[in-house]
Design a protein around this ligand. Structure first.
Ligand SMILES: Nc1ncnc2c1ncn2[C@@H]1O[C@H](COP(=O)(O)OP(=O)(O)O)[C@@H](O)[C@H]1O
Ligand SMILES: [Mg+2]
Length: 382
């Protein structure tokens, strides 16, 4: 099995995907923006071949590199795990006849209005939403749905450019900031009240194989816009026992099916509030900010290896479905950490996890407090 991986070095945890593929015995090649000489010794050990390109989001350049690599050995899978690379990888896959996430699926996991349209039609509860490229269209939607609304880029990330608007004046300001007056198409949505979380999976041929439910504290938009907050996210250890998660899991599988996700990592956000559970958005890729590291330590597993197994071997590492003894994990292992970086930028961080094997990360708050915060109370389900 020959897997070609896009951008093996940046961000730094990209190396873990490459390492996992190599460790399970796949032939691994890579395409990246750095020079071959600047690869680490480990990268050189794991990789059979490396092609440098000027820009890994440029389809023509990546396709050229794929063709070069294929001349030496047929590529069985072309994989990308960073949002910015997903569309390019899908287009190149299709152009080169390599199996994997299709362009249609990649697009539906990128374009928020299109994603919601397909899911709504399939019966998944979503915020009322539309795509609009003129102020008149947005105003008409506002008239119909009422405030508050969310206005955001169709293909944003990290909440950049997203804003809540509560009045005509705020709406006009948001439209200007997003250049709707210059014809840019944006996503406009009904504002969903409630708690926000995410549901991450690894899927194999369209079926969820591994799943994790995690909670944002506070919701992303608030965290990103409020300077003093040190945002955190907490993974539950009761995904299989607290009843509210059954609905999240069901929604997750339905979304995977409707969007045509086959063998991939996924990262889906949801809201739970007065209007019940609502889908928010999904990426056809692993979550950011190293959430997988939290899952690995919290569940005594290696998700990078699991991902590699699904991609390269077409099966999980264990025949049974991955229900590690999550419910019995000692909660005191989950602890809290501030996430404001030294430069003052805001990003979510997984709480530090302290175990005997990873005792180096020791910044934590009182375990009982962590336990209480890990409890999902929004719908009285946990
Ligand atoms: N319809 C909505 N209702 C309430 N909050 C929303 C809505 N859409 C987005 N948000 C808030 O804005 C954040 C960023 O929007 P999102 O659609 O997730 O885009 P991004 O791709 O930037 O993550 C979300 O995490 C959420 O906190
Ligand atoms: Mg998001």
């Amino acid at each position: 099995m020959h897997v070609c991986f896009i951008e093996p070095r940046f961000p730094t945890n990209q190396r873990l995907f490459v390492q996992a593929l190599a460790e399970i015995g796949a032939t691994v090649t890579a395409i990246g923006e750095g020079s071959k000489a600047s690869l680490s010794d480990e990268h050189k050990h794991w990789l059979t071949h490396y092609e440098e390109v000027g820009n890994v989001t440029d389809q023509a350049q990546v396709l050229n590199a794929v063709k070069t690599i294929s001349r030496a050995k047929t590529i069985d899978r072309l994989e990308a795990t960073v949002e910015a690379h997903i569309m390019t990888a899908a287009h190149v896959r299709e152009a080169a006849g390599i199996p994997g996430t299709s362009s249609r699926t990649a697009f539906l996991c990128r374009d928020k209005p299109a994603m919601k349209e397909v899911l709504r039609a399939g019966g998944v509860p979503c915020a009322a939403s539309t795509a609009a490229s003129s102020a008149a269209e947005v105003r008409a939607f506002a008239e119909q749905v009422g405030y508050p609304l969310i206005v955001k880029p169709r293909d944003g990330a990290g909440a950049s450019g997203a804003s809540r608007v509560d009045s005509d004046a705020e709406l006009e300001a948001a439209l200007k900031a997003l250049h709707v007056d210059k014809g840019r198409s944006v996503a406009v949505e009904e504002f969903i009240e409630g708690h926000e979380g995410f549901f991450d999976t690894l899927t194999l041929r369209g079926q969820v194989v591994h799943e994790f439910a995690t909670h944002y504290y506070p919701n992303v938009l608030e965290a990103m816009r409020t300077r003093w907050i040190s945002p955190q996210f907490i993974q539950t250890n009761r995904i299989d026992s607290a009843p509210g998660y059954a609905e999240v899991k069901q929604m997750g599988q339905k979304v995977v099916t409707l969007l045509g996700i086959e063998t991939s990592a996924t990262h889906m956000e949801w809201f739970s509030g007065p209007k019940g559970l609502k889908f928010s958005e999904i990426g056809c890729r692993p979550p950011g900010v190293r959430a997988w590291d939290l899952y690995n330590v919290g569940n005594d597993m290696d998700l990078y290896r699991e991902w590699a197994m699904l991609i390269a071997a077409g099966r999980p590492s264990s025949a049974r479905r991955a229900v590690w003894p999550r419910a019995s994990l000692p909660c005191a292992r989950i602890a809290m950490a501030a996430s404001r970086t030294t430069t003052g930028s805001t990003r979510f961080a997984a709480p530090s996890v302290r175990t005997s094997s990873t005792g180096t990360r020791r910044r934590r708050a009182h375990p009982r407090r962590a336990w209480r915060r890990a409890t999902w109370r929004t719908r009285g389900s946990a």
